[in-house]
Design a binder for this molecule. Sequence first.
Ligand SMILES: Cc1cc2nc3c(=O)[nH]c(=O)nc-3n(C[C@H](O)[C@H](O)[C@H](O)COP(=O)(O)OP(=O)(O)OC[C@H]3O[C@@H](n4cnc5c(N)ncnc54)[C@H](O)[C@@H]3O)c2cc1C
Length: 541
Amino acid sequence: MQQTVAILGGGVAGLSAAQELVERGLHVRVYERKPVMGGKARSIPVPNSGVGGRQPLPGEHGFRFFPGFYKHVTDTMHRIPFGDHGNTFDNLTVATRILLARAGQTEITWVARCPTTLEDLRAFLMELFTPLGVPLDETAYFVSRLLLVATSCTERRLAEYENIPWWNFIAASKMSNAYQTDLGQGLTRSLVAMRAEESSTRTVGCTQLQLLYGLICPERVFDRLLCGPTSDVWINPWTQYLQKLGVEFFPGTRVVSFETNGTHVTGTRVETASGQSSISADFYVAALPVEVMAALMTNDLKRAAPSLANLDKLKTRWMNGIQFYLSKDEPLVNGHAIYLNSPWALTSISQRQFWNNVDFRQYGDGTIGGILSVDVSDWEAPGVVYGKPAQECNVVQIKDEVWTQLKQHLNNSGATPIEDANLVAWFLDPDIEFPNPSQATNAEPLLINTAGSLQYRPEAQVELENFFVASDYVRTYTDIACMEAANEAARRAVNCLLAASGSNAQPAQLWPLEEPDFLKPLQEIDRIRFSLSLPHHLEST
Ligand SMILES: Cc1cc2nc3c(=O)[nH]c(=O)nc-3n(C[C@H](O)[C@H](O)[C@H](O)COP(=O)(O)OP(=O)(O)OC[C@H]3O[C@@H](n4cnc5c(N)ncnc54)[C@H](O)[C@@H]3O)c2cc1C
């Protein structure tokens, strides 16, 4: 008889698990609390903004960055049909530049180049970071710390670097202001709202290296972006494809508790508009965000699955998007812009240049020329207009602050790409809720990797025999909370489920993070030194 799987949560992890399972012949049901699928990756059309039969203005929870090192989620995208002959991977466009904008200073634009030896890499990194204005000896030190991580073995990264905050590892407190803001904070906090002061060296170092390899390795790309609103060009074709394969979707269904007999999950209580009921299945995949999962952990469940007992020790922070709709398009740069010393840790994409087949006249009132999509990754630092953190601002103050910080970074040297007269509308992620008169709340925060937190993160396989976890907080090669991690976690959960069900279907493929070949002999030497309890050779000289 066909075995049934209940997938709880319809974000990237839930949809990825559904695809792997249904393709292997299982009967899959997806239960999602929202009316639409996609989770944090879904688009959010601006309510009531379509005029004269046009579509609402396209909005996003936050723009979507697909770095070159992603392999899992892009493999899935290859397998989702799009249009007559294509697939959703074809909807990714390679970006060619990255803009580092600094308030009151000249902007820096990075392009990809390809060194092939360790010495090339050292020279490349020096050249890359020098224009930031960080003293040369400090730049050299930063580069040497990156190279230390690059040439360390996995065992040392796990045993040592996992527990050291990046800020301490790069000795930021002893360095110049430019080093701290640009190399320390600026490059780190734009990565899924992490902070150099608290995030682990293993996570920040390895992720920054993966991004750098995308810049420097000839066969790789640094950055890819979707060619239209995320739900239009990816999430909706995905759910349609899954439905065609037989996946059943239950939107508007919130998981309220799990029932367990100590070895198995025996059922799940769910709530819909018509009240509460129980659902049951042979297997369960919890693809719920970490803060939701932590809140569902009862004492019974913690006893039955001790590896899920410490989810409440994992930290989340706010990262949310705001879109600015412009009368005249301002492409800014052919890729991401990082606003290095913006207090609210802003990053942006000017979307129109990547949305080749999107007819902007079909949206809103038909007059929008461009969309600047901005992510705000620090909601706790005071802003420059009202002197308050974003969390304490009202919706208009948030818009004013972000717009002003953009101007401070981009309107330099006589150029004024950010002009008030060009702004026709804006839209803040509705996850930011404003209970009057107290401060805002955020319905969907994001996991951040603090030093030493790996111990609290579970594997996809927990102690319960028919229950698996798949979301961006699960232990993966990818490590940071992103769509790639969500997809990889889902594949891991599926593989454990297949083993538990006695299936002989091929497991879903997994890829370790790829590192350039010329580093491997140096990592091997470090592996030997680590096994002998010796420090890395760069630290011992
Ligand atoms: C602003 C922002 C920008 C980002 N940008 C990028 C980016 O550019 N690139 C990138 O790779 N990653 C990015 N990320 C991270 C990425 O979006 C997430 O890591 C990823 O989407 C997580 O997928 P998930 O399925 O694990 O979790 P989620 O997307 O959170 O999905 C979980 C699902 O479970 C549902 N749910 C919650 N509670 C219940 C319940 N009780 N019952 C039933 N369903 C429930 C939710 O509604 C949701 O649909 C960004 C995140 C944010 C916040």
